[in-house]
Design a protein around this ligand. Structure first.
Ligand code: FAD
Length: 463
């Protein structure tokens, strides 16, 4: 049995863990990272990156297919395109593998030692790793748990055969003819829309009264409209029950039974933290439900043990995990750090895309105090028109008394690229006047942000 010691041990090389290790290494902290799979975790291997690659391929295919009908208002016509999903997936795998090597290289460059294998806690300072060449014991002054999350399985629709999780959906070699998506959250809709664009007949089964229920109905309206335009059937208030041959049995909102024909059933009902199989019981941490309880500085209930990323709860987003990882590395190196959770943006890569940062109007009202809301539709934005992307808007929420921005939301084609501006505005404590007075380049969809702020101040220029 080999033994090594280090100052910092990070368990899991997802976006939380690898960023933590790189930053610690840059700051001269003697750091070891343990990873059972490939560097980059869920996000890089079976999450953010591969899903966005497939979404992009699907978008391109749909655009060209539309032109093949001879109906494109752009005056372009082409012959019918053909999609070879196996090649698309190979292209996506190539991107993932380049990024895997990139992360491994960055860890090496920062002087971080990587140990490949599954880590199990012996006690709060010691971990055992089962590597290919035997058990490695690692002792560390500080340990960061970054074990991430995994897809939730429904006991009555277990994964296997036609029942798949997002992981298998990202590696299909053929487009399903009929795809049932159980769970109309962001992962289900992102993938459901992509497969519909690639030619699948898609049905979304959602138990709640609305899809994307975490967002307000005004914001999701353009997405719901687009689902219908893509021919995606949405069953809300409906519960998937079981499969019978090629059929998914569903209990509809009125209590009746419905049959959804499906050669693939994609389950996207949420993700659960990875808290089993690595000896959590050896260290007896305080939990917050299924997640590890942390304070504002990612400290757990045990001295010298931090937790970051999906294993610590919502929002389960890669950039939150990265921000936590960077912050913890700086603490360990003796720096003072804090972060503002309110300015974490969230992007939903549906069609059209959704971006939120801070509070929605309802959430802001619930906090008490008067608010001002300004909304600017992309129908009045020149750039959106030139991209056939008029459906959607930017909305700003600010305090009525001092105009401090509390939240910003947008729905529209390509609005994911506005997420940085929205996060920056909240992080800097911007007021409506700051956004209204910032000269935004023309013609861009970002002008919608400026106009929404002007609208809240009562003098929008282009509406
Ligand atoms: P993870 O990325 O889950 O990494 C944890 C790592 O720890 C894994 O590599 C695992 O192998 C390793 N590990 C676990 N236990 C052990 C152990 N005992 N020993 C050794 N190694 C261990 N987020 C976004 O922000 N934007 C998106 O567009 C987005 N799209 C997504 C699309 C899909 C389909 C999915 C599934 C997720 C998406 N997410 C997205 C969420 C994002 O992937 C996660 O929030 C992010 O990966 C969490 O990072 P993490 O570091 O906490 O954990």
């Amino acid at each position: 049995m080999k033994e090594i010691s280090c100052k910092l041990l990070v368990i899991g090389a997802g976006p939380g863990g690898y960023v933590c290790a790189i930053r610690a290494g840059q700051l001269g902290v003697d750091t070891v990272i343990v990873e059972a799979g490939k560097p980059g975790g869920t996000c890089l291997n079976v999450g953010c990156i591969p899903s966005k690659a497939l979404i992009h391929a699907a978008e391109e295919f749909e655009k060209v297919s539309h032109m093949a009908g001879g109906n494109s208002p752009l005056g372009i016509s082409v012959t019918a395109p053909v999609l070879d999903l196996a090649r698309t997936v190979a292209w996506k795998d190539g991107i993932v593998s380049r990024l895997n090597s990139g992360v491994a290289g960055l860890l090496k460059k920062a002087g971080v030692k990587t140990v490949h294998g599954w880590a199990t806690f012996r006690d709060g300072k010691t971990v055992e790793v089962e590597t290919e060449t035997g058990v490695q014991v690692i002792r560390a002054e500080t340990i960061v748990i970054a074990t991430g999350s995994a897809p939730v399985e429904l006991p009555f629709l277990p994964f296997g055969g036609p029942v798949i999780s997002s992981t298998e959906a990202l590696a299909l070699s053929e487009v399903p003819k009929k795809l049932a998506v159980v769970g109309g959250g962001y992962i289900g809709l992102e993938l459901g829309i992509a497969f519909a664009k690639m030619g699948a007949e898609v049905t979304v089964v959602e138990a709640l009264p609305r899809v994307l229920a975490q967002y307000d109905a005004e914001l999701t309206r353009p997405v719901v409209k687009r689902l219908a335009a893509l021919g995606i059937e949405v069953m809300t208030g409906a519960k998937a029950k079981r499969t019978k041959g090629d059929v998914l049995l569903v209990e509809t909102s009125d209590g009746k039974s419905a049959k959804v024909a499906a050669d693939r059933i994609l389950i996207t009902v949420g993700r659960k933290p990875v808290t089993e199989g690595w000896g959590l019981e050896q260290i007896d941490l305080d939990m917050a439900g299924k997640f590890i309880r942390i304070d504002d500085q990612c400290r757990t209930s045990m001295r010298g043990v931090f937790a970051i990323g999906d294993v610590t709860g919502e929002p389960m987003l890669a950039h939150r995990a990265m921000a936590q990882g960077e912050m913890v590395a700086e603490f360990v190196a003796g720096h003072k750090r804090s972060w503002d959770k309110r300015s974490i943006p969230a992007v939903c890569f549906t069609d059209p895309e959704l971006v939120t940062a801070g509070l929605s109007p309802e959430e802001a009202k619930a906090h008490g105090g008067e608010i001002k809301v300004g909304m600017f539709p992309f129908a009045a934005n020149g750039r959106a028109m030139t991209k056939l992307g008029e459906d959607g808007f930017v909305r700003v929420v600010a305090r009525a008394d001092n105009h401090l921005m509390l939240g910003i939301q947008a729905v529209g084609q390509g609005v994911s690229e506005l997420a940085a501006a929205f996060g920056l505005a909240l992080e800097m404590g911007a007021r409506l006047e700051d956004i209204a007075g910032t000269i935004h380049a023309h013609p861009t969809q970002g002008e919608g942000f400026q106009e929404a702020a002007l609208k809240a101040l009562g003098h929008a220029l282009h509406i």
